[in-house]
Design a protein around this ligand. Structure first.
Ligand SMILES: Cc1cc2nc3c(=O)[nH]c(=O)nc-3n(C[C@H](O)[C@H](O)[C@H](O)COP(=O)(O)OP(=O)(O)OC[C@H]3O[C@@H](n4cnc5c(N)ncnc54)[C@H](O)[C@@H]3O)c2cc1C
Length: 319
C-alpha cells in the first residue's frame, strides 16, 4: 500500500507524535513523509532518520505560518498528483483542520483520534474511543485516500537512525489564503501533556492547602520526569491554570504512568486519562471511583503520603 505520513510541526519544531504516525505508516508499506512549511531541510532529514523511504516537501516562505486553507490546498494538490491510499497524521488541532478540509476537497473521509489499526486488504480498520471512552468504535473509510489521525502515544515511536539518507522531493505550495497570522503571544504556561510519558495530576483533594498540595504534586512530577495535570475542579477553583486540565473539556493524555492525587474519578475526568497504561490513585476515600481504574491504589491523605512517595522515588533513582 502506498502510504504517507504527515509531519506536523510548529515553525520547524516537530510534534513528536508525527514520528509515531511515520512508524505506523511504515507498517502498511512504503512510506513518504509529507512536510509543509518553510525552511524544512533539517526536518526532512530527521524524517528520513525516523524511517521515511522518501520525503515530499512543500517548502515555501509563503507557508511559514500555518493557515488551514493554504496547508489543506497544498496537501490536496500533492495527493492529487501522487494518489496515496492512506495518509497518517498525528491528532493535533492543525491536523484535524487540514485532514478535514483536504478530505472534503477529495470527497474522502477522516478517521480521527485512532488508537489501534488493522489492515483488511487495501482498507484500514481503525479503532477509536467514543462516548467518553466507554466504547471503542471500529471504522473504515471507503474512499481514497484514507485520512487517519492517530492519538498521541497510542503507537510506538520508531527508533531514529542518525545519518540515514533518502530522496527529498520539493513540490509547489498553494499558498493563497484569506487569513494571515499577525503574530504569536506565548501562553502563560507551556504544558505539553499530550506527549508526556508520565503525568501526575491533582484534584480538589488539595483544597485544604492548594499551594502546598500542587507543590507536592510538582515535586513528585519533577522526580519521576512527569508533567503536572489537574482535574477540572482544581482548575475551576484556580489552584492551577486551565492548560493543565485533563478530561472531557481539557486534554486527552495516554502516558505510561498516570498518578491521580485527590481526584475522585468522575467520568468527565476518566475520558481524558482512560488510555493511560498504568494508573496509580492516591485518595483518602477507599470508595472513590478512581480506584476502579487504578492498577495501584493508595488510601491515604495526600499531604502525608506524597512526601513519603517522593522521598522513596528519589532514593530509588539516586536523586
Ligand atoms: C460538561 C462537563 C465537562 C467536564 N469536564 C471535565 C474535565 O475535562 N476534567 C475533569 O476533571 N472534570 C470535568 N468535569 C467535572 C467532573 O464532573 C468532576 O466534577 C471533577 O472531575 C471533579 O474533580 P475532583 O475529582 O478533583 O473533585 P472531587 O470530585 O471533589 O474529588 C476530590 C477527591 O479528593 C479526595 N480527597 C479529599 N481530600 C483528600 C486528601 N487530603 N488526600 C487524598 N484525597 C483527598 C476525596 O476523597 C475525593 O475523592 C466536567 C463536568 C461537566 C458537567
Amino acid at each position: 500500500m502506498k502510504t504517507w505520513a504527515y509531519i506536523d510541526h510548529f515553525q520547524g519544531e516537530p510534534v513528536p507524535a508525527s514520528w509515531e504516525a511515520l512508524g505506523v505508516a511504515k507498517t502498511f508499506g512504503e512510506v513518504t513523509a509529507v512536510i509543509l512549511g518553510a525552511g524544512l531541510d533539517a526536518l526532512a532529514q530527521i524524517a528520513l532518520e525516523y524511517g521515511a523511504d522518501s520525503v515530499l516537501v512543500a517548502d515555501d516562505p509563503a507557508l511559514a505560518d500555518y493557515r488551514a486553507e493554504a496547508f489543506a490546498a497544498t496537501l490536496t494538490a500533492l495527493i492529487t498528483d501522487s494518489a496515496p491510499q492512506a495518509i497518517f497524521l498525528p491528532t493535533t488541532t492543525r491536523t484535524r483542520e487540514v485532514a478535514a478540509m483536504s478530505a472534503f476537497d477529495l470527497a474522502s473521509g477522516v478517521l480521527v483520534d485512532v488508537t489501534a489499526l488493522e489492515a483488511q486488504d487495501e482498507t484500514i480498520l481503525a479503532t477509536r474511543p467514543v462516548y467518553e471512552g466507554k466504547l471503542f468504535e471500529k471504522v473504515t473509510c471507503s474512499a481514497r485516500p484514507q485520512f487517519i489521525t492517530l492519538r498521541a502515544r497510542a503507537f510506538p515511536k520508531p527508533a531514529r537512525q542518525a545519518g540515514r539518507s533518502g530522496a527529498i522531493t520539493k513540490a509547489a505550495a498553494q499558498a493563497e489564503s484569506k487569513t494571515s497570522v499577525e503574530g504569536f503571544t506565548p501562553a502563560e504556561t507551556n504544558v505539553n501533556l499530550a506527549d508526556a510519558g508520565v503525568v501526575v495530576s491533582g484534584g480538589r483533594g488539595v483544597a485544604n492547602d492548594p499551594a502546598k498540595g500542587f507543590g507536592l504534586i510538582g515535586d513528585l512530577a519533577k522526580t519521576i520526569g512527569g508533567a503536572v495535570g489537574a482535574s477540572r475542579a482544581a482548575v475551576d477553583a484556580n489552584y492551577i491554570p486551565y492548560a493543565h486540565q485533563v478530561g472531557q473539556t481539557g486534554k486527552v493524555v495516554s502516558p505510561d504512568l498516570y498518578v491521580a492525587v485527590g481526584i475522585s474519578g468522575a467520568v468527565q475526568h476518566l475520558v481524558g486519562m482512560r488510555s493511560s497504561k498504568v494508573v496509580v490513585a492516591v485518595n483518602k476515600d477507599a470508595e472513590a471511583p478512581i480506584f476502579t481504574q487504578a492498577r495501584y491504589g493508595v488510601v491515604a491523605d495526600l499531604f502525608t503520603f506524597l512526601p513519603i512517595l517522593n522521598a522513596a522515588f528519589k532514593k530509588k533513582l539516586g536523586k
